[in-house]
Structure formats: structure tokens, C-alpha cells
Design a protein around this ligand. Structure first.
Ligand SMILES: NC(=O)c1ccc[n+]([C@@H]2O[C@H](COP(=O)([O-])OP(=O)(O)OC[C@H]3O[C@@H](n4cnc5c(N)ncnc54)[C@H](OP(=O)(O)O)[C@@H]3O)[C@@H](O)[C@H]2O)c1
Length: 339
């Protein structure tokens, strides 16, 4: 097998493709020949040494793949050799062969491409969980989505469209605003040239929004909380502000951590606002919940309500370029790795 190794913490140059013997499927597992592997922001943070949950280098990361089953372990009844599948891999997905427990594998609909199969799991599960579990998105709500042109961002915009009358504000670089509009964003905001909080206040007549989805973190959580209407919720799900550029810079990380606001039950009570946290990586033991959401997502895919946006695909030996594309904020939607 070939896999993309993080050889040590550092910039994209620490990535290396290495060969190893193929793994074998044991009881309850299947082996998948990978066609496409998804690249996520978390894997950039893992390489930088900013993702505490990641294995220590040298390691192979990667949360999701699509491919074809070529070996089935004992006791697996509902999957077979030759099935086209998508799978969660925690970690090890950036490889051309993966072995995973059968419970983390879904047969792909016939009409689903391998690109979509590798782009759907993490982005759409995260978006769905935030909108419909952490918060309960209601018709005619107003939502602010940060990093709106990224993989999770575009998934969120598409899912907002499945609820009637939802108005969405989304922050992204100006060149990506057409993509935001096509995914259902009513008010794209270029955060480089205007303060998103001013735009939101002005266009909502000072009322603010019902829901803020914020993976920027630090001082932005405070700003987002301040934009909430009574009954509104801030969902915190990332700390992208801490990883500015391709390398870890401790002073920068520290400044962002100092900016994290402290919320107390008394304060929340008096403000009539809520704060929810989402970390999908910590829901691994809740496979029943994740599987139920995947069923809903596949049904939405079948109706055409959700369609992953593929930004680009990179062969394994150009994994460094794939990482750089995300660091440079060039992507619109999902970046994929091809063995
Ligand atoms: N908690 C969870 O379970 C969970 C799950 C998945 C993802 N996440 C988090 O959600 C966020 C988005 O993930 P993703 O995979 O959708 O990201 P992505 O596709 O890599 O999106 C990256 C885009 O975000 C924008 N951006 C804004 N601020 C940024 C910054 N400080 N550094 C880099 N990019 C920045 C850039 O676009 P513009 O130039 O348009 O701003 C960039 O192109 C990440 O923070 C990730 O860690 C959390």
C-alpha cells in the first residue's frame, strides 16, 4: 500500500509518500481500495502540530475515503467484495488501501461519484449535526456562516436551503461570492474589506441573527455571541484563527487562545442566548447517531438537495500542494487526494 505520511510537525514539505505491506481485514472489518480521500482542515492542523487529537508523527491521517471493497472480514454480512462505498477512517484515510470496521462504511448510491463519496462524510455530517442537533434550525431563521466557501461552509449553505425561509449571511473572500450565492447564501460578506458584524447589524436592522456557526474561534466567538438575537445560539466548532499560514506560530496561537471568551450559565441565562460546541471527532462512540444522520444525508443526496462542491483533486505525490491550496485560502469546496 501507499500512504501519505506526516513525517514530523511542520510545513507541507514534511509530507512523504511511503510504501508498506497491505493490511488485512479482521473480524467485523472490510478492506477498501481507495479511489479518493478527502482532505480536511483538521489534517493541516495535525501536520502543524495544532490538533491535539491527531496521532504523533510519523503518522498517516485522513478521516474519509471512497472506494471499492476488495476483502471482507469474518462476521460482516451486509457488505460484499466489489461494493462501491464511502467510509470514515480515524485516522489513516490518506492511503490507497484502508481497513475499517464495517459500521463505519456506507454503500454509495449508484449515481454517486467517487469524488462525491469522499467529499460528503465529514463536511456534511458536521454541517447537519450543527444545524439540526447542536442548534435546531427553524423556518425563517437568520444564520451567519463563517468560512462559507470551504467544504463545511458550502455543505451548511445547501442544508440551510432545505428549511423554508432561512436567510444566510456567509463570510468568504470576494472571488468566491458567486459560489456562495449559487449554494444559497443571501448575503456574502468579504471579511477582508468590511467588518462582518457591521454588515449583519445593518442588514438585519440591528436585530442580529438566530444562529452563528463559527470555526474561526478566539475573538470571533465573542463577536458572534454579540450578534445573537434572544433565543439565538453560537455553535463553536473550530479554531482556524490559530493556524495562520503553513507553520505553527506559538505567539499567534497564544493570542487567539487569550481571545476566547468565557461564558457562564448566569450570563447565558440573563442574555437568553446559548453556546453549543461540536467536535465530530469526539462522537466516534456514537456511531448509531452518525449512521442515522448519514442515512438522512444520502436521502438528501438522492433528491439532489445536497451536492458536494469539488474544488480540486491532487495525486498523492502532490499532497503538499493540496495542503498549500487550503493554507492559501484558494479552495472553493472540497480538496481531494487521489492515490
Ligand atoms: N469540530 C468539528 O467537528 C469540525 C469538523 C469539520 C471541520 N471543522 C472546522 O471547520 C473549519 C472549516 O473546515 P473545512 O474543512 O470546511 O475548511 P476548508 O474547506 O479548508 O476551508 C478553508 C477556507 O476557509 C477560509 N478561511 C477563513 N479563515 C481562515 C483561516 N484562518 N485559515 C484558513 N482558512 C480560512 C478560507 O476561505 P476564504 O478566503 O474565503 O475565507 C479557506 O479557503 C475548520 O476550522 C475545521 O477545523 C470542525
Amino acid at each position: 500500500m501507499r500512504a501519505i505520511w506526516i513525517t514530523r510537525h511542520g510545513g507541507p514539505e514534511v509530507l512523504e509518500v511511503r510504501e508498506a505491506p497491505d493490511p488485512t481485514a479482521k473480524e467485523g472489518e472490510v478492506r477498501v481500495r481507495v479511489k479518493m480521500a478527502g482532505l480536511n482542515f483538521a489534517e493541516l492542523s495535525a501536520r502543524q502540530g495544532l490538533y491535539p487529537d491527531a496521532p504523533k508523527p510519523p503518522c498517516v491521517v485522513g478521516y474519509e475515503v471512497s472506494g471499492v471493497i476488495d476483502q471482507v472480514g469474518a462476521g460482516v454480512a451486509d457488505l460484499a467484495e466489489g461494493d462501491r462505498v464511502m467510509a470514515f477512517t480515524r485516522f489513516g484515510g490518506h492511503a490507497d488501501v484502508v481497513v475499517v470496521p464495517a459500521a463505519q462504511v456506507w454503500r454509495m448510491p449508484d449515481a454517486m461519484s467517487f469524488e462525491h463519496g469522499a467529499a460528503l462524510p465529514v463536511n456534511y455530517l458536521t454541517a447537519h449535526h450543527m444545524l439540526f442537533r447542536a442548534a435546531q434550525l427553524r423556518p425563517r431563521s437568520t444564520v451567519l456562516v463563517h468560512m462559507a466557501a470551504g467544504g463545511v461552509g458550502l455543505a451548511t449553505l445547501q442544508l440551510c436551503r432545505t428549511v423554508p425561509g432561512v436567510t444566510v449571511f456567509g463570510t468568504a473572500s470576494a472571488s468566491k461570492h458567486d459560489a456562495l450565492r449559487s449554494a444559497g447564501c443571501d448575503h456574502p460578506i468579504d471579511y477582508h474589506s468590511e467588518r462582518y458584524e457591521d454588515v449583519v447589524r445593518e442588514r438585519t436592522g440591528g436585530k442580529g441573527v438566530d444562529l452563528v456557526l463559527d470555526a474561526l474561534g478566539g475573538h470571533d466567538w465573542k463577536t458572534g455571541y454579540g450578534l445573537l438575537r434572544p433565543g439565538g445560539t453560537l455553535v463553536a466548532f473550530g479554531l482556524a484563527n490559530s493556524s495562520n499560514g503553513a507553520k505553527r506560530r506559538w505567539l499567534h496561537v497564544l493570542r487567539e487562545l487569550i481571545g476566547v471568551p468565557i461564558f457562564t450559565p448566569l450570563g447565558l441565562m440573563n442574555d437568553n442566548r446559548g453556546v453549543a460546541g461540536v467536535n465530530m471527532g469526539h462522537l466516534w462512540s456514537e456511531l448509531d447517531m452518525l449512521r442515522a444522520t448519514m442515512v438522512e444525508l444520502v436521502a438528501l443526496y438522492d433528491t439532489g438537495a445536497v451536492r458536494p462542491t469539488i474544488d480540486s483533486t491532487f495525486p498523492f505525490d502532490r499532497a503538499a500542494d493540496a495542503h498549500t491550496r487550503l493554507h492559501d485560502r484558494k479552495n472553493v469546496g472540497k480538496v481531494l487526494l487521489v492515490p
